[in-house]
Design a protein around this ligand. Structure first.
Ligand code: COA
Length: 149
């Protein structure tokens, strides 16, 4: 089941992301940040356990980022990552957003769900205000991918 996150999911989301951050696949999210952005998050719950998550973060009038996306390794390649993204895209659609983007290493995955690679310069300038706070700045090797809604 994919549902909007609740405040009592925050610590589990942090632990899930941390596992992938240690493998350098994702950026770590401090608990304070997750609490602050809890309304961005949805979670994948299986048998009462949080096995995946994703977040939709609005940047501007027409665009939002899909971030903090992951599925527990045990449940990968079962179409669940795609379902999380579709859940977030549906939310974006209801908010009347026009496009979503991701900064990612998972190019094959995002291509399989209709995202296209774009030059980072096509993303709104506002994202740089967050990028400068990132440990990878200024040597970000993630690929920018975008999908129209
Ligand atoms: C990226 C991630 C969320 C994908 O979740 P998932 O549930 O495994 O993905 P899905 O099963 O929905 O995959 C949908 C399609 O994407 C493609 N795909 C997904 N993972 C892939 C991989 N590792 N290699 C090649 N293709 C892949 C396939 O075409 C797949 O369809 P198929 O299994 O029918 O061939 C998951 O691999 C993950 O949590 N990775 C670690 C964290 C991470 O990198 N997050 C991304 C941050 S932006």
């Amino acid at each position: 089941m994919i549902r909007k996150a609740r405040i009592d999911d925050a610590k589990k989301i942090k632990t899930l992301i941390e596992g992938f951050a240690k493998q350098n696949l994702m950026l770590i999210r401090p608990l304070s940040d997750i609490y602050e952005c809890i309304r961005d998050f949805c979670v994948l719950e299986i048998d009462g356990k949080i096995c995946g998550c994703g977040a939709l973060h609005i940047f501007w009038e027409d665009i939002a980022e899909i971030r903090s996306l992951c599925v527990n390794s045990e449940y990968q390649r079962k179409g669940l990552g795609k379902e999380i993204v579709n859940f977030l895209i549906e939310e974006a659609r209801q908010l009347k957003l026009k496009k979503v983007f991701a900064l990612t290493y998972q190019v094959v995955f995002f291509k399989s769900i209709g995202f296209e690679i774009v030059d980072k310069s096509h993303l709104p300038q506002k994202i740089w205000s967050e990028c400068v706070k990132c440990p990878k700045f200024p040597d970000c090797d993630e690929v920018a991918m975008i999908r129209k809604i």
